[in-house]
Design a protein around this ligand. Structure first.
Ligand code: FES
Length: 159
C-alpha cells in the first residue's frame, strides 16, 4: 500500500490547515490514490494532523457519496438510474456494461480497473441514457458506443 503520510502533510499545508477545506482535502486524497478511495489510515492521519475529530470526518465521508472509503476501480463508471434515463432504456446500457466488464452492477473488475455503479441524475437528461466516468459524460448510449468506450479505456492503459 502506498504511504500517504508525506502527501497528506503537504496537502494540509497547501490548504493552510483550514478545517473548512476538509471535503476538498478528502477528494484530493482520493484522486491521488491508486484505487479511488480514502483509506482508514488516511482518515486517522488526516484527523490527527488537521485536528478534526474522526467523527466529523466520518460524517463527511458518509454524507458525500463522492467519497469512497472502500477501494474502487481506476475508472468508476456511473450509469444514471433516474427517470429520464430509465425511460430511455438504461437497462440496455447496464446489460452491455456488465457483459463487457464481466461484473455485476456495484462490482469491481478483478484487475481493479473498472467499478460499475448506479448514480442519480447528473444533468445529462437530454442525452439519456447517460453515464459518467470521472468528469466526462457519455450520452445516447448504445451497445456499440459502450463497447468503443471500454476498449478505448483499456487501450489507454496499454499505452
Ligand atoms: S435522468 Fe439521467 S442524466 Fe438526468
Amino acid at each position: 500500500m502506498k504511504n500517504n503520510n508525506k502527501y497528506i502533510d503537504e496537502l494540509i499545508q497547501k490548504h493552510n490547515f483550514d478545517k473548512t477545506k476538509l471535503l476538498k482535502i478528502l477528494l484530493e486524497i482520493q484522486e491521488n490514490s491508486e484505487q479511488n478511495y480514502v483509506s482508514k489510515e488516511d482518515i486517522i492521519n488526516l484527523s490527527e494532523k488537521l485536528k478534526v475529530p474522526l467523527s466529523q470526518i466520518h460524517e463527511v465521508t458518509t454524507f458525500f457519496s463522492a467519497i469512497n472509503t472502500e477501494p474502487k476501480g481506476k475508472y468508476i463508471i456511473q450509469l444514471c438510474d433516474s427517470t429520464v434515463c430509465r425511460l430511455s432504456k438504461n437497462y440496455i446500457a447496464k446489460d452491455e456494461l456488465e457483459k463487457e466488464l464481466n461484473i455485476e452492477m456495484g462490482g469491481t473488475t478483478k484487475d481493479n480497473l473498472f467499478t460499475l455503479e448506479y448514480v442519480a441524475c447528473f444533468g445529462a437528461c437530454d442525452r439519456a441514457p447517460a453515464m459518467r466516468i470521472g468528469k466526462k459524460v457519455y450520452g445516447n448510449l448504445d451497445k456499440e458506443k459502450i463497447s468503443k468506450i471500454i476498449n478505448e479505456l483499456r487501450g489507454d492503459l496499454n499505452e
